[in-house]
Design a protein around this ligand. Structure first.
Ligand code: ZN
Length: 138
């Protein structure tokens, strides 16, 4: 399916949702609390971010490492990035992560989980039943 058509389908799915469901779909993407120390950026609340997103620290860590093109490690519930980064730059990546790996593209809720379907990995929404293939972190 062309991306354009897919987008239109999603719009239609959204329009057809009862207003009630839309109201409850607001989800706050957590903001990082970070500081720079030498050549590194440390995210103090990484554990909290991971639990708010409902994803393992490991998955987010791998994602950030690729997206930020830097060595990233988790140490004592903090995330240590081997690069000097402004807080908003990390927030932007967390937002992108949430959009791809947490929020349902059909109903906009964060009630999704990773599962399998026919041998392939998918992200499935427990609120509306929608799903899509899980994009691999390249
Ligand atoms: Zn959904």
């Amino acid at each position: 399916m062309a991306e354009y058509e897919y987008g239109k389908l999603l719009d239609r799915a959204w329009e057809n949702l009862p207003e009630k469901l839309k109201d409850h779909s607001r989800f706050e993407i957590p903001k990082v609390d970070s500081f720079v120390e030498g050549n590194q950026t440390i995210v103090r609340n990484f554990n909290e971010i991971s639990s708010m997103l409902g994803r393992t620290p490991r998955h987010i860590q791998v994602y950030l490492s690729k997206e930020l093109a830097a060595l990233v490690i988790v140490e004592a519930k903090r995330l240590i990035i081997n690069r000097v980064l402004r807080q908003d730059m990390i927030n932007k990546r967390i937002n992108e992560y949430a959009k791809e790996y947490v929020i349902c593209h059909e109903c906009g809720r964060p009630d999704t989980k990773f599962t399998e379907l026919g041998g392939g990995k998918i992200i499935k929404c427990e609120a509306c039943g929608g799903w899509r293939p899980l994009r691999k972190i390249k």
